[in-house]
Ligand binder design. Structure first.
Ligand code: PMV
Length: 333
């Protein structure tokens, strides 16, 4: 094997992924989503991962020792890539160094860019190139949203229907240059989320009365969002973005016990965006399995909306991020 480095950018879902298909009998858990999703890859916010030979498995995160639970996930994923590359023999020991250029301390997920960069770096280190579609399906095994970070710009992750997951992969819809939009990220809390997305999704599927309707209505949201995106119709896209977000959170809140990822500031920040919109500014909110508020807006509205968000008590920081590029992979000497 050789050493390789990959840089992959994180993404934010405009039409959300929430919920997994239960594993088919006799097959391993392939991490198959119950719904498709549509995302925007982000500029600047990225993971940079190097995979190379070593005399024992070693994982560093942000230049320090990686936490044991993260290391276990990383090496389990390396095993998947090694086996997918067709090797029957045991995987050679590897050194994995990952650096997140993301405000992880503020609780923004690094799993999307992290597993995308790890998949790309590992495949290159193992001198295996099955194409980005196959690598997207492999990245999905680590984290659903990671499948979308294999491309820049606007990306769709197909739900697929095959039990073996072969048709469950992302594909690019439009490059970053398609639309001069911004995503504002308003940080409303520090620290990790209380319930991880895998546990939350399972609990939601098992107990939320809204889970069935959530799954049944998602394909229509995707089709409408895709059409609005192609037409660069922000009013139509924004309406679906907000609907998908609130429908997901309603489904989460109706879980037993309830899954409430928001705090008081989350709601105040959402209200501030809606108030700004009533006054003529253009921006649409979304939020994931955490308390931060993200706002999709035209680039010329970003400064004014960011100012409104910074004025909300409890908002700690606001950053504006442009659509981001494809990942980058290089084999190291
Ligand atoms: O990729 P995961 O397993 O961390 O799940 C991501 C789920 C959401 O962020 C809530 C929505 C999404 O589509 O990214």
């Amino acid at each position: 094997m050789r050493s390789a480095r990959a840089v992959a950018h994180t993404n934010i879902a405009l039409v959300k992924y929430w919920g997994k298909r239960p594993p088919a009998p006799g097959l391993p858990d392939l991490n198959l989503p119950a719904v498709g999703s549509l995302s925007l890859t982000l500029d600047r916010l990225r993971s940079e991962t190097t995979v190379g030979p070593s005399d024992h498995d070693l994982f560093t995160l942000n230049e320090g020792p990686g936490p044991a639970d993260a290391a276990a996930k990383v090496f389990r994923h390396l095993d998947r890539v090694w086996q997918a590359a067709g090797h029957a023999a045991a995987r050679p020991p590897c050194r994995v160094a990952s650096v997140n250029h993301l405000p992880t301390a503020a609780g923004l997920a690094s799993s999307a860019s992290g597993f995308a960069a790890l998949t790309l770096a590992a495949a290159a280190a193992f001198a295996w190139d099955p194409g980005r579609a196959a690598l997207s399906a492999l990245a999905r095994r680590g984290s659903g949203s990671a499948a979308r970070s294999l491309w820049g710009g606007f990306v769709r992750l197909e739900r697929g229907s095959q039990p073996d997951g072969s048709d469950c992969r992302a594909y690019p819809l439009h490059p970053a240059s398609h639309w001069d939009v911004r995503l504002l990220i308003a940080h409303t809390a520090k620290g990790p989320k209380p319930v991880g997305s895998t546990d939350g999704m399972q609990r939601c599927r098992e107990t939320s009365p809204y889970y069935g309707p959530w799954v049944e209505t998602s394909e229509a949201d995707l089709a409408a969002a895709e059409a609005a995106l192609a037409a660069r119709d922000l009013a139509s896209l924004g309406e679906i973005v907000e609907h998908s977000c609130f429908k997901m959170h309603a489904c989460m809140m109706a879980t037993r016990p309830p899954l409430v990822y928001w705090n008081g500031t989350t709601l105040e920040a959402i209200r501030a965006v809606w108030q700004a919109r009533a006054e003529g500014l253009v921006g649409y909110v979304t939020s994931d399995a955490g308390p931060h508020v993200k706002v999709l807006c035209p680039s010329d509205q970003a400064d004014a909306l960011a100012e409104r968000l910074r004025a909300v008590p409890g908002v700690q920081a606001v950053e504006a991020v442009a659509p981001g590029p494809d990942p980058h992979v290089e084999v190291l000497p």
